[in-house]
Design a protein around this ligand. Structure first.
Ligand code: PLP
Length: 424
């Protein structure tokens, strides 16, 4: 497969942009090689600068649940665009999208729009601190909530410990306000709540993890999370990835969760920058201008992003069968991948919920980040490039979720399995 033009442009890009990319994982550092420049998409397929076609399992990291360039989504954006791009004033589409979010999350009273998932989680944490008057937060290893300072934190040594920065530039004193626990470790969570519960403003979590590869929550862990309420700790379900993807009401609907705040992004914007945090009136009315917690944005609630999000959510709400279809496709892909890998004698575990899936190259089970890290990343590189060279664009890191869209077909999946068989 000829990628000469992408290779040349990537060389040039590195003279102008750090690592040649606007977001690190796009640089292919985890798998080696050169990322193709993608210039066009249609349904489940993307096309690069050299004219190569790939079946896309990245889908812009999740937003494109309807596939690329969905005609109705494009039409709505174009129609809105004719009136201008941004006003920095209230816009009718914000009201429509807020109502749509409330249909998906019926316990939500108020929704605040922002432009990225990072902003949503950062703002939700500020709100939780402002509401509770407490400083500590709890997060889980391998859960990603964007790149805000207090969230770029790893567990220090010992089980019940203060966080330490995992990025340069994050002050240690600030990182210490984040307690980091193992995902799916109900016992440690209960212990932290017992000993520090009264100091904790919020627990933020991915209800299904996508950012360590896919990890599925255990029933015991979900129960322990809900135990936070006894201590007046707010529960923030970070559904930036899972919202509108696992069900119309996200993981909250799928698992019957009762969070205090939810953060949304990705599918919410349907491919343009829109995200949100939302919750009950009592909490959300602490946000400015109603309350003392400040948060603002020049492009927040941007009309084009509201239009693409609204068009996407309207299609999802009108077609509940889409979720059943994605579940069927997901199951077929999971079973197919597992069959090929078994046939080739390769140890593996496939974690999947609906249309989110990760193949770990290790004997299972994989329930925690520590277990995920047992995956054979050398084998993953071969898996990745074997697929890429055969026209399948898989996420370029083993610690990411692959996504399906309603534009993917069974024939597409069968081709992927054929490609994998050849690659191995
Ligand atoms: C992608 C993601 C974020 C960050 O969203 P950005 O729009 O990239 O800032 C936050 N939380 C979760 C769970 C995500 O998957």
């Amino acid at each position: 497969m000829d990628r000469t033009r992408s290779e040349a442009l990537f060389q040039e890009a590195q003279r102008h942009i750090p690592g040649g990319v606007s977001s690190p994982v796009r640089a292919f550092r985890a798998v080696g090689g050169t990322p193709p420049y993608l210039v066009r998409g249609e349904g489940a397929y993307v096309y690069d600068l050299d004219g190569n076609r790939y079946l896309d399992y990245v889908l812009s990291w999740g937003p494109l649940i309807l596939g690329h360039a969905h005609p109705e989504v494009l039409r709505r954006v174009q129609k809105t665009m004719e009136g201008g791009l941004t006003f920095g004033a209230p816009h009718p589409l914000e009201v429509e999208l807020a109502k749509k979010v409330k249909r998906a999350y019926p316990w939500v009273d108020l929704v605040r729009f922002v432009s990225s998932g990072t902003e949503a989680t950062m703002s939700a944490l500020r709100l939780a601190r402002g509401y509770t008057g407490r400083d500590l937060i709890v997060k889980f290893r391998g859960n990603y909530h964007g790149h805000a300072d207090g969230l770029l934190v790893e567990a220090g040594s010992g089980a019940l410990t203060f966080g330490v920065p995992n990025s340069a530039g994050v002050p240690e004193t600030y990182a210490r306000l984040t307690l980091v626990l193992e995902y799916n470790d109900a016992e440690s969570l209960r212990e932290v709540l017992r000993t520090r519960g009264e100091e904790i403003a919020a627990i933020i979590f991915e209800p299904v993890v996508g950012n360590a590869g896919v990890l599925v929550p255990t029933e015991a862990f979900l129960q322990a999370l809900h135990g936070a309420k006894e201590y007046g700790v707010l529960l923030i379900a970070d559904e930036v990835m899972t919202g509108f993807r696992l069900a119309f009401g996200g993981a909250t609907e799928l698992f019957g969760l009762k969070p205090d705040l939810v953060t949304l992004g990705k599918v919410l914007g349907g491919g343009l920058p829109a995200a949100a945090y939302a919750g009950r009136r009592e909490v959300m009315e602490k946000v400015a201008p109603l309350g003392p917690v400040y948060q603002a944005g020049t492009l927040s609630g941007n009309p084009l992003a509201m239009a693409s999000g609204l068009a996407t959510l309207e299609i999802l709400e009108a077609n509940p069968g889409h979720y059943a279809y994605l579940e069927d496709l997901g199951k077929r892909l999971e079973e197919g991948l597992s069959a090929v890998l078994t046939e080739k004698g390769i140890p593996h575990t496939v974690n999947r919920v609906g249309s989110m899936l990760t193949v770990f190259f290790t004997e299972g089970p994989v329930r925690t980040f520590a277990e995920a890290k047992r995956t054979d990343t050398e084998l993953f590189k071969r898996f990745f490039h074997g697929l890429l060279d055969r026209g399948v664009y898989w996420p370029p890191s083993n610690f990411e979720a692959a996504f399906l869209s309603v534009a993917h077909t069974e024939e597409d999946l069968d081709q992927t399995l054929e490609a994998l068989r050849h690659a191995l």
